[in-house]
Design a protein around this ligand. Sequence first.
Ligand SMILES: N[C@@H](CCC(=O)N[C@@H](CS)C(=O)NCC(=O)O)C(=O)O
Length: 208
Amino acid sequence: MMDDFKLYCMGESGNSYKVALMLEVCGLKWTPIWVDFFNGETRTPEFRSTVNEMGEVPVLLHGGRKLTQSGVILDYLAEVTGKFGPKNDDERREILRWMLFDNHKFTSYIATLRYMISLAKTGETPVTEFLRGRVLNSLKIVDGHLAHQEFLLGEHPTIADFSLCSYLYYGEELPFALSSFQHVNTWLERLKELPGWKHPYDLMPRGK
Ligand SMILES: N[C@@H](CCC(=O)N[C@@H](CS)C(=O)NCC(=O)O)C(=O)O
C-alpha cells in the first residue's frame, strides 16, 4: 500500500517535481506516468475526462484515491507518511499560508516566465517584463524571510519548502538572476542535502 504511488508528471514540470521530491525524500517507491504536455495531452477531452478535469499535472494515484493540485498532494503525503508536515495547528496554518503564496505569486509567475522564455521561446515581450517584475518581487520576500531561519517554518523542512523550492532547481532555464538572492541560494543548498534529494530531470521522464 505504501509503495503503490503513481504520479502523472513530466520532467519539465516543477509542479510535478514538488511531489516527486516529497516521494523521494520520504523514501517511497513510486512510478511516473509520463504525460505528453508538449503535444497537448493535458488539453485533450480524454485527459480531462479520465485523468484531471483541470487539465494539469501532477496527479497522484494512491490506494484507490486520485489527488490533484500539488499543495493538496503534499498535504496528503505528509499525513500518510507522518513526515514534513505540521506539528500543530499553528504550523498547519503557516504551511498553508506559504503554499497559498507559492501558488499565487511565486511558482505561478516563475513557471510562466520560464515557460515563455526557455520552453516556448517567445523572446522578451511586455508580458515577460511584467512577469519578471513579479518574480523578483516575490523572490525578495522569500529571501527576506529566509534571512532569519533555515527553512520556511523555522528549523525543520516541511512540505512548504518543497512547494516553493521546486522551480528554482531548473538552473539555466530560469530567465532571471537567482544568484542575487543569497538566502534563497543557501536554502536551496540546504534542501539539496536532504537524503534522497534529486534533480527533477533525474526523477521524471522528459519530452522528446
Ligand atoms: N496549482 C497547480 C498547478 C499545476 C500546473 O500548472 N501544471 C502544469 C504543468 S507544471 C500543467 O499541467 N499545465 C497544463 C496546461 O496548462 O495545459 C498545482 O500546484 O498542481
